[in-house]
Design a binder for this molecule. Structure first.
Ligand code: ADP
Ligand code: MG
Length: 249
């Protein structure tokens, strides 16, 4: 589980500071996809960077884990945060950020080996890398380098790489923005399936609201703040629909 509690993040902006994330609270449970949407510049990537422990917020908590065992990642040192990322957090960015010289299999293996390189662990990671490449439909392309793969296939490698260390939290930023609609739909379905199979708490930033049926929850962010859905409309589920979507239409 990941629980963002009253997260506020500012950046320096000339003599002032700009508030990128403004008192945002949201919770992602294991085995669920929480969609995060909103206009460009509204703070979605900043929020994900805080969730990923890549940026420490000005204030607020980033609880990772369940109940009493949860850790507040916002309180960790850089070194502790890096260790937490290697164990508990998978990250998939907008661009797949693959290393040009490595094959698909090696991209996934290398990420798994960051957590240690004992021989037994290595064998385990390599087996898991192959299993994940199979799960994302790339077994036959495991020996290919990024330039030999399509955009959708590269994104699949990035997803496998994000899952190789069996993270509890999976954070994905606009995974379909460089893909056509059909390829984008496949990636969204893949993320939803893997979230259930691997029981990750997945936060997914996206503009593609045509896929919202795949999300368990949807929050809309405008100017760094969560916009409350219009719960007054009949049949509206608590977190989906209403004003939030209208705001980005
Ligand atoms: P989104 O992902 O929704 O498009 P971002 O989180 O990238 O939005 O940006 C939110 C706001 O924070 C924007 O005004 C952006 O210019 C600003 N911002 C983002 N990252 C930085 C940074 N590293 N330094 C200064 N300002 C930033
Ligand atoms: Mg962004």
């Amino acid at each position: 589980m990941i629980h963002l509690q009253n997260v506020t993040l500012t950046f320096p902006d000339g003599d002032n500071r700009i508030t990128a994330v403004d008192d945002v609270s949201l919770r992602g449970d294991n085995g669920t996809v929480t969609g995060i949407t909103g206009p460009s510049g509204s703070g979605k990537s900043s929020l994900l960077a805080v969730a990923a422990t890549l940026i420490r917020p000005d204030s607020g908590g980033v609880l990772i884990g369940d109940g009493g065992a949860a850790i507040d990642a916002a309180q960790l040192t850089k070194r502790e945060a890096a260790a937490l990322r290697r164990e508990q957090i998978g990250i998939v960015f907008q661009q797949s950020n693959l290393l040009p010289a490595l094959t698909a299999r090696e991209q996934v293996q290398v990420m798994g080996r960051l957590g240690g390189t004992g021989r037994a662990r290595r064998a385990r990671i390599d087996a898991r890398a192959d299993e994940l490449l199979d799960a994302v439909g790339l077994s036959e392309h495991a020996g290919k380098r990024p330039h030999q793969l399509s955009g959708g296939q590269r994104q699949r490698v990035a997803i496998a790489r994000g899952l190789v260390h069996e993270p509890q939290v999976l954070l994905i930023d606009e995974p379909t923005s460089a893909l056509d609609q059909e390829r984008g739909a496949e990636i969204m379905q893949l993320i939803a399936r893997l979230t259930r199979e691997r029981d990750t708490a997945t936060l997914l930033v996206t503009h593609d609201l045509i896929h919202r049926d795949l999300f368990d929850d949807l929050v809309t962010i405008v100017d760094g703040r969560i916009v409350q859905p219009d719960t007054a409309s009949p049949g509206a589920s608590p977190a989906v629909g209403g004003r939030g979507e209208a705001a980005i239409a």
